[in-house]
Design a protein around this ligand. Structure first.
Ligand SMILES: [Zn+2]
Ligand SMILES: [Zn+2]
Length: 364
């Protein structure tokens, strides 16, 4: 047995020597960094945008509640060489930036509504796609009021834009391409969409994007979006309660990406907050329960619409993925319905030629 101990001892000495080399010798550190840089630059995921599929990558699966593992609402939708962004919650774009997507292909952001957890990174999406040589101004779709949001972000980033143009040159960063353009989604009279209304906001290269109303009362406007591409489809609920209009616009969809709140857990949080004298937080925990949807109700809507896969995102409250996957799917068994708990980095692929949806992890 002695040789076993000798071997173990040798392994420990070698590991310690290696660690010491990394810790003390600058050339070793430089070589490690150089190889990491090379590995990072080799990765370029143009294939996710150019190959014939409808894809969704979740860049934010969280909510306004702080969570080290989930950024607030953000989704990247890719098909036929186009990239669309559905919501841009604060901090979420750093997730998408790490995936090495061709960011010059980002052509529009679709906002479900104007709560901060859905719009905070709008300036980042614009700035980073501008730097990546997006060939046209970024369009930002949303209900009436989107002009205010977009103009405000443009104004807030105006100094930043002028600094970058001064530094890198107007040939490199064309000034007119750095200013977002709002696109209002409204009914014929210019009002907020109501149940049954639909507006096709994009219809090109086989991609059709339809906006419809959801119920996030008293928040108006609040919209969902349906993407159709070559017979495949994905629907986003945005923030909502249980609303038949979602089932109506999700008919036969491959994937429904729904917000979800564990009502009983948030109720418990409210009770504990009250117990500890956190009355202001307790009020928020009380109020938010009347404008979100329980996982079971989302499953009912999905089953009613004949949806194949239900994915929870914008999950409240934050939970570790393994525990959340158990708790959010507890009451969601419905015939023919496959249910997933979304996470930052989840990649959903629907091949244009049919076949089962695949679920992967884009995280580095
Ligand atoms: Zn939200
Ligand atoms: Zn909201």
């Amino acid at each position: 047995m002695k040789w076993v101990y000798r071997l173990l001892g040798l392994a420990v000495v070698l590991a310690a020597a290696g660690a010491a080399a990394v810790y003390f010798i600058p050339t070793v550190q430089d070589r490690i960094v150089a190889s990491q840089i090379e590995a990072a630059f080799k990765i370029q995921r143009d294939d996710l945008v150019s190959s014939d599929a409808l894809r969704v990558a979740i860049c934010g699966s969280g909510s306004p509640m702080p969570d080290p593992n989930r950024r607030p609402a953000c989704n990247v939708v890719m098909a036929a060489g186009h990239i669309f962004v559905v919501d841009a919650g604060p901090g979420s774009w750093s997730n998408a930036s790490g995936w090495r997507l061709p960011m010059d292909k980002v052509e529009a952001v679709l906002l479900t509504h104007f709560h901060s957890d859905h719009i905070g990174d709008l300036g980042e999406v614009n700035l980073q796609s501008w730097v990546a040589a997006r060939p046209a101004p970024l369009l930002v779709y949303g209900g009436p009021g989107v002009e205010r949001v977009v103009n405000g972000f443009n104004e807030a980033f105006a100094m930043d834009a002028s600094h970058r143009i001064a530094h890198h040159g107007a040939d490199y960063l064309k000034p007119e391409l750095g200013v977002m353009q709002p696109r209002v989604i409204a009914d014929a009279a210019g009002g907020v969409l109501a149940d049954g209304d639909e507006v096709v906001v994009f219809d090109k290269d086989g991609i059709k994007i339809t906006a419809f109303a959801v119920d996030h009362h008293p928040i108006l406007p609040a919209y969902g979006y349906r993407f159709d591409y070559k017979g495949r489809s994905v629907v986003f609920t945005g923030d909502t309660v249980k609303d038949e209009n979602i089932a109506r616009f999700s008919k036969g969809a491959d994937v429904l990406i729904s917000e979800a709140m564990l009502m009983q857990v948030v109720e418990k949080m409210q009770a504990v907050a009250t117990q500890y004298g956190r009355d202001r937080f307790a009020k928020i925990l009380h109020d938010i329960r009347d404008y979100h949807i329980a996982p079971g109700d989302a499953a009912d809507l999905a089953a009613e619409a004949g949806v194949r896969h239900l994915v929870f995102s914008h999950v409240i409250p934050p939970l570790p993925q393994w525990l959340g996957a158990r708790m959010f799917t507890r009451d969601t068994d419905r015939p023919g319905l496959d249910v997933h708990l979304g996470f930052d980095g989840m990649l959903i692929t629907l091949q244009a030629d049919g076949g089962a949806a695949t679920f992967d992890d884009l995280s580095p």
